[in-house]
Design a protein around this ligand. Structure first.
Ligand SMILES: [Zn+2]
Length: 148
């Protein structure tokens, strides 16, 4: 993303910050993942308390995510998936790449979309990979995530 790009969608930045949290341990070393997870949770819960999207908190989230190549890649991928703002691992174009280039039959609707679960406090998003996977708790609030 260059400096001349149009401003990023604040909703997309917030969703990227919520949705990247389950993936931080695979994107970063453990200490950095823990530190960034805590920083993102702080900003997301602060903005939640203000009830409106706080532009300063959104700026801080963008800065946090842009601070590392892998998290910056994740943010860019989420922002280009308007209006769903899904993690790259749940976007059809990335999923097709993961199948190893196997030809998909004509009319194949592609992978079934994973169900989205969020914390009621708005600081965590998680995609359930399949119906056999137990629904997680929010790691910040220790309450079950809700579908939607
Ligand atoms: Zn939460």
């Amino acid at each position: 993303m260059g400096p001349d790009d149009h401003p990023a969608d604040p909703d997309g930045i917030r969703e990227a910050a919520r949705a990247i949290r389950p993936y931080l341990p695979r994107l970063l070393d453990p200490a950095t993942a823990t530190r960034l997870d805590r920083a993102l949770a702080d900003q997301l819960t602060t903005a939640d308390q203000l009830t409106t999207a706080d532009p300063t908190a959104t700026d801080r989230l963008q800065t946090l995510l842009a601070g590392n190549d892998d998290t910056a890649w994740f943010l860019t991928a989420v922002l280009t998936d308007t209006p769903h703002f899904r993690p790259p691992y749940h976007q059809p174009r990335y999923l097709h790449r993961q199948t190893g280039g196997r030809a998909t039959p004509a009319g194949d609707p592609g992978p079934i979309a994973a169900a989205r679960y969020t914390c009621p406090h708005g600081d965590y998003t998680w995609y359930r990979p399949d119906v056999g996977t137990p629904i997680e708790d929010c790691p910040t609030h220790h309450i079950p995530l809700v579908h939607g």
